[in-house]
Design a protein around this ligand. Structure first.
Ligand code: NAD
Ligand code: UDP
Length: 309
């Protein structure tokens, strides 16, 4: 198939490109590097089945090649420090960027795949979060540029499916980590791993009682590839239900990497969700998928991978 991936130079996008190339597809990557890395494009430039367009997809997707089978929209800053630095660009890529992807899919009679997020649930009052939960989002808080952009992106994707007949997919990704995240990305896994590598204290925000459930990127990519083959149009959670408090997670990193590390407490940011854990019953039934990588192994893998670079 011929597949266009927006956000191809990002963390998740680059793993998706790699998998699609491995499966024998032709891939066109598109990225403007607002939060991605040129090194993630360079990985594939010599591949005969890869081409790259540097463009801001919120302004339009300048693809004029042969007919596409899929448009996969993964472009968006995703780390809280990144999207809070670029709130307008984040809103634009969730809104105009998504619509541009849907229009391109429509013109090519291609299918459209949206990378949405567990952030659509906001600071959830239901735990764990099933797809049927509508969420609890502060529409004007510092995280709203991301949360509301993704909620709009889901809404316009469903509208193009219902009104224009586009064959669509929507996934809600829960905290995912792995190689090729930017070292200065600011998310908890990258911060802890790089702090550990440099022998610095691990920074826990607040008292560390907030929870997250961490998924290794290979599990996510497997879920994505399975969903491409299943005709289901409503959102599906993809995450690892193994839940940790942030403090427990800091202890895990410390125990796995260097028991001498100290843990320090810093102030928490506005609207930081208190709990997050996916209900993955739907993905298990529909995709026969379940995440395989336990955090203790994933963290060790990631640490070794970065240490060896
Ligand atoms: P990332 O920041 O590493 O990658 C995003 C990529 O999109 C970057 O390369 C960036 O330069 C590109 N981009 C952003 N705006 C663009 C624009 N207007 N035009 C062209 N390119 C643009 O983030 P990630 O973790 O790889 O996230 C990828 C996708 O998955 C995002 O849509 C994100 O919302 C979603 N997601 C990720 C996670 C996670 O834990 N990693 C969780 C939930 C959702
Ligand atoms: N966090 C932390 N220390 C850090 C970075 C993040 O304690 O150095 C916390 C953050 O407050 C949040 C959780 O870790 O409660 C996950 O943060 P991340 O930015 O990775 O993603 P989020 O799930 O908030 O989008």
């Amino acid at each position: 198939m011929r597949i266009l991936v927006t956000g191809s130079a990002g963390f998740v996008g680059s793993h998706l490109v790699e998998r699609l190339l491995d499966e024998g597809h032709y891939v066109i990557g598109v990225d403007n590097y607002i939060s991605g890395q040129r090194s993630n494009t360079e990985l594939f430039l010599s591949h005969i089945s890869f081409s790259f367009i540097e463009a801001d997809v919120s302004q339009g997707i300048p693809y004029t090649g042969e007919p596409l089978d899929w448009v996969m929209h993964f472009a968006s800053p995703a780390s809280p420090p990144h999207y809070q630095e670029f709130p307008i660009e984040t809103l634009m890529v969730g809104a105009q960027g998504t619509q541009n992807g849907l229009e391109l899919a429509l013109v090519h009679n291609a299918s459209f795949f949206l990378a949405s997020t567990s952030e659509v649930y906001g600071d959830p009052q239901m735990h764990p979060q099933p797809e049927t939960y509508w969420g609890n989002v502060n529409p004007i808080g510092v995280r709203s540029c991301y949360d509301e952009a993704k909620r709009y992106a889901e809404a316009i994707t469903m509208a193009y499916h219902r009104k224009r007949g586009v064959n669509t997919r929507i996934i809600r990704i829960f905290n995912t980590y792995g190689p090729r995240m930017r070292p200065d990305d600011g998310r908890v896994v990258t911060n802890f791993i790089h702090q550990a590598l440099e022998g610095k204290s691990l920074t826990v925000y607040g008292d560390g009682s907030q929870t997250r459930s961490f998924q290794y990127v290979d599990d996510l990519i497997e879920g994505i590839v399975r969903l491409m083959k299943v005709n289901y149009h409503e959102p599906i959670n993809l995450g690892n239900p193994n839940e940790f408090t942030v403090l427990e997670f800091a202890e895990l990193v410390k125990n796995q990497i260097n028991p001498e590390l100290e843990i320090v407490f810093e102030s928490i940011t506005q609207d930081d969700p208190k709990r997050r854990k996916p209900d993955i019953g739907l993905a298990q039934r529909l995709l026969k998928w379940t995440p395989k990588t336990l955090a203790i192994y994933g963290i060790k893998n990631l640490y070794n991978n970065i240490k060896d670079i």
